[in-house]
Ligand binder design. Structure first.
Ligand code: HEC
Length: 186
């Protein structure tokens, strides 16, 4: 094959197509109210490249679910960033309950969708949270939201089969045991 301008052009098109395909391997997150693409480069600089965030952006599953150290941090974040509107235990206040099986946006039943709601916001007072929380913190708060769920297990689309088997509806008197020295990591 002679390297004419034409073959060079075809080759560079092929390279472009490959680059596009690998970029698409990451999930496209969408705003739940208008379907517009969420621009993750709007996220805060810190907490953007953690191993947990990287894993989540590739798989759409929150690796912090059920990880005690992440749950503890997620609980603290919920109290400062969400509870004024959603209630102490996200039982519902100005914003709806996040712990039963009713979802205004059924997308919230997957980690990918829950993240999209938190990152990009919804209607009324539910503004986008990407300026107040880092991506890593969003995953921590999401893990806490999943942890305090107490609806029927069949409606919990985000759970793995293992999590389904181990599921016990949460109640406020449950103590969270965080092993000494545990850090939040996938
Ligand atoms: C200023 C008040 C306010 C704050 C702060 C707030 N929310 Fe909301 N949230 C709302 C309101 C109001 C809605 C209902 C919006 C709608 O229906 O479009 C909502 C909706 C949601 C939904 C969709 C629920 C469903 O049933 O589909 C999720 C998930 C959510 N919020 C999570 C969070 C999390 C997590 C935080 C903290 C990081 C947070 N919100 C902070 C007011 C708030």
């Amino acid at each position: 094959m002679k390297n004419t301008p034409r073959t060079a052009g075809v080759l560079s098109l092929a390279v472009l197509a490959l680059a596009a395909a690998s970029a698409q391997a990451q999930i496209t997150f969408r705003n739940v109210t208008d379907g517009s693409t969420l621009n993750l480069s709007d996220a805060r600089e810190e907490g953007r490249d953690t191993p947990g965030v990287k894993q989540f952006l590739e798989t759409g599953r929150n690796p912090y679910n059920s990880k005690p150290a992440c749950l503890k941090q997620g609980e603290d974040l919920m109290l400062t960033a969400c509870s004024a509107c959603h209630g102490h235990y996200a039982e519902g206040k100005i914003g709806p309950s996040l712990t039963d099986d009713y979802w205004t946006y059924p997308e919230g039943k997957t980690d990918e969708g829950l993240f999209s709601i938190i990152f990009g916001g919804a209607r009324a007072q539910m503004g986008p949270q990407y300026l107040s929380l880092t991506l890593d913190e969003m995953l921590q708060v999401m893990a806490w939201v999943r942890h305090i769920y107490h609806g029927p297990v069949e409606a919990a689309d985000w759970m793995t089969d293992e999590e389904r088997k181990a599921y016990k509806p949460w109640s406020p008197d449950q103590k969270l045991e965080v092993p000494d020295g545990a850090v939040c990591a996938p």
